[in-house]
Unconditional design. Structure first.
Length: 201
């Protein structure tokens, strides 16, 4: 009888372990496979961005596959004259991204990088920041020295809150006391966001 009971308990335990493994596959592994087809070749039309990616991967030659990018969590691209971010959307596990002092206008490829926590875009030519509205894990966002005219997407970003930091100095914002830009800054500050800004000429 005792042996039969032990067998039953062992069977229940094995079933629980199997269920746990299935949950791990469904919740952790499958989303990554779905977001990046690991056997697909990923192209980076901007040659300077490709150089940075290859350096980070320590892969100077050969095709770059989705599987190569899965382990990439941090990327620094300072002063590379990058203008096209196409391809970076496949770096889905990035949490820290620095794109300082380039020539970037279109940041739409960043909209899929929902794991980003620190994003440095200062010193570019960005006008439209709507792709940032869904990056709800951001804690630091540097947008200094761009051409931004509307910061409503930051207010729309439900993840920006207490102790988070947004830098907006030297953009094309209209910062009179009752302007929409100033009202949006005040809305962020009421949520506890530390917003850094100054008057634009």
């Amino acid at each position: 009888m005792k042996k039969k009971t032990r067998n039953i308990l062992f069977g229940v335990l094995a079933l629980e372990v199997l269920v746990l493994l299935v949950l791990i596959v469904v919740l952790v592994i499958l989303p990554q496979i779905n977001s990046v087809n690991q056997t697909d070749i990923v192209n980076f039309p901007d040659s300077e961005l490709e150089v940075v990616i290859r350096n980070a991967l320590e892969k100077p030659t050969g095709d770059i596959y989705g599987a190569d990018l899965i382990g990439l969590t941090s990327l620094e691209c300072i002063g590379y004259r990058i203008v096209n971010l196409e391809g970076i959307q496949h770096c889905v596990n990035l949490t820290n991204l620095t794109l300082m002092a380039n020539g970037i206008v279109d940041i739409s490829p960043l909209s899929d990088l929902t794991k980003l926590e620190k994003l440095y875009l200062n010193g570019n030519e960005i006008v439209d920041i709507s792709p940032l509205s869904g990056l709800t894990n951001l804690t630091i966002l540097d947008l200094d020295y761009n051409e931004i005219v509307d910061i409503q997407p930051l207010v729309d970003n439900a993840g920006l809150g207490a102790e988070d930091e947004v830098q907006l100095r030297h953009n094309n914002l209209y910062l009179t006391p009752v302007s929409l830009d100033m009202l949006n800054i005040e809305a962020l500050e009421r949520r506890g966001v530390r917003v850094y800004y100054d008057s634009q000429n």
